[in-house]
Design a protein around this ligand. Structure first.
Ligand code: NAD
Ligand code: UFG
Length: 338
């Protein structure tokens, strides 16, 4: 298939491009490079053995998108483009609502106009709020999102389902990602946060490489096996492959499909730190800090539906995730910057 990949220069998008090409698909990337670098696409091009067509375009720029969709006939869009920093979204709600909501509205309208009515959307476990049941199945009711970022994911899921309900030529796959970490095995592409990382693994790798003094562990009084927060970490390469599998649902005209994309295993913050230290033989000093507002104790999924319906299942465990995150960081201490 020919796939429009919005946000394809980003962390998950760049890894997904590799798996798309490996499976025989081709892609065109639209990204405004707000949170990414063209260098990521150059490196993906080297891995897949051909240059990835790229348009530095904002998805809110209707004319810019029109140009791309007039030029190619796409079978499907994988829609990664969006702002994703939870804390920043609390400080800048308008910017988050405007970018994520309006960007998707323009994208859907232009897609419809050009007869491309298949979309795979990057949703998030955040839509479950503080989950009613663990492990989380897709049946679990959506919960209250404590931040504008999460609200945009939850609302866009509803928007996409409404669009499909009104016009059943649409096929919509909502992939609810759990916690993606890791990097491609070459260590040439990976997660490249700007400034102080918000997420656990990039913070750990920056402590390990000496850029930050110590990791703050946000709370050790949760109701978990060691008191620290438990999450379902998933290797980004496994996550990337889930998108390729999701294309099969699009191909069989699934209507709406909703899938949890995680491993089904929960690891605490200290489990991750200990695994990282053991696998990589490096130190990660840490100290216990107060809980981070908005965090929940435990979040991991039941990924059985994705296995049954998409034939997708995570292959990598926490050791590979820690190894590959470190491989990327140590080979690229400054990310994509020279
Ligand atoms: P990322 O920031 O690395 O990638 C997102 C890309 O979208 C960036 O390259 C950015 O420049 C681009 N972008 C943002 N707004 C744009 C716009 N208006 N027009 C064009 N391009 C735009 O993030 P990621 O980690 O690769 O996440 C990809 C998607 O998955 C996002 O939608 C994110 O919300 C979602 N998601 C991520 C996680 C996670 O933990 N990384 C978890 C759940 C869901
Ligand atoms: N944590 C620390 N110290 C840090 C960073 C994180 O102790 O410096 C802890 C958190 O308290 C939490 C765990 O590590 O217990 C994971 O935190 P992350 O920030 O890495 O991930 P979250 O589960 O909070 O959120 C992530 C994404 C969200 C997404 C969610 C579910 O940031 O966008 O996963 O997919 F919605």
């Amino acid at each position: 298939m020919k796939i429009l990949v919005t946000g394809g220069a980003g962390f998950i998008g760049s890894h997904t491009l590799i798996e798309l090409y490996a499976a025989g698909h081709t892609a065109v990337v639209v990204d405004n490079l707000y949170n990414s670098s063209k260098e990521a696409l150059n490196r993906v091009g080297k891995i897949v053995g051909e240059e990835i067509p790229f348009y530095q375009t904002d998805i809110r720029d209707r004319e810019g998108l029109e140009k791309v969709l007039s030029r190619y006939q796409f079978d499907c869009c994988i829609h990664f483009a969006g702002l994703k920093a939870v804390g920043e979204s609390v400080a800048k709600p308008l910017e988050y609502y405007e970018n994520n909501m309006n960007g998707t509205f323009v994208l859907l309208d232009v897609m419809r106009k050009h007869g491309c009515k298949n979309i795979i959307f990057s949703s998030s476990a955040t839509v479950y709020g503080d989950p009613a049941v663990i492990p989380i199945t897709e049946q679990c009711p959506k919960g209250h999102c404590t931040n504008p970022y999460g609200q945009t994911k939850s609302m866009l899921e509803e928007v996409l389902m409404d669009v499909q309900k009104a016009d059943q030529e649409w096929n919509v796959v909502l992939l609810r990602y759990f916690n993606p970490i890791g990097a491609y095995k070459t260590g040439t592409i990976g997660e490249n946060p700007n400034g102080i990382p918000n997420n656990l693994m990039p913070y750990i790798t920056q402590v390990a490489i000496g850029k930050r003094k110590e990791l703050g562990v946000f709370g050790n009084d949760y109701d978990t096996h060691d008191g620290t927060g438990v999450r379902d970490y998933i290797h980004v390469v496994d996550l990337a492959k889930a998108h390729v599998c999701a294309l099969s649902a699009i191909a069989r005209q699934c209507g709406v499909g909703i899938y949890n994309i995680g491993t089904g295993h929960g690891y605490s913050v200290l489990d991750v730190v200990n695994a990282f230290v053991k696998v990589n033989g490096v130190d990660v000093p840490y100290s216990i800090k107060p809980r981070r507002p908005g965090d929940i104790a435990t979040c991991y999924c039941d990924p059985a539906k994705a296995k049954a319906e998409l034939g997708w299942e995570a292959q990598y465990g926490i050791e590979e995730m820690c190894r590959d995150s470190w491989n990327w960081q140590k080979n690229n201490p400054n990310g994509y910057a020279e």
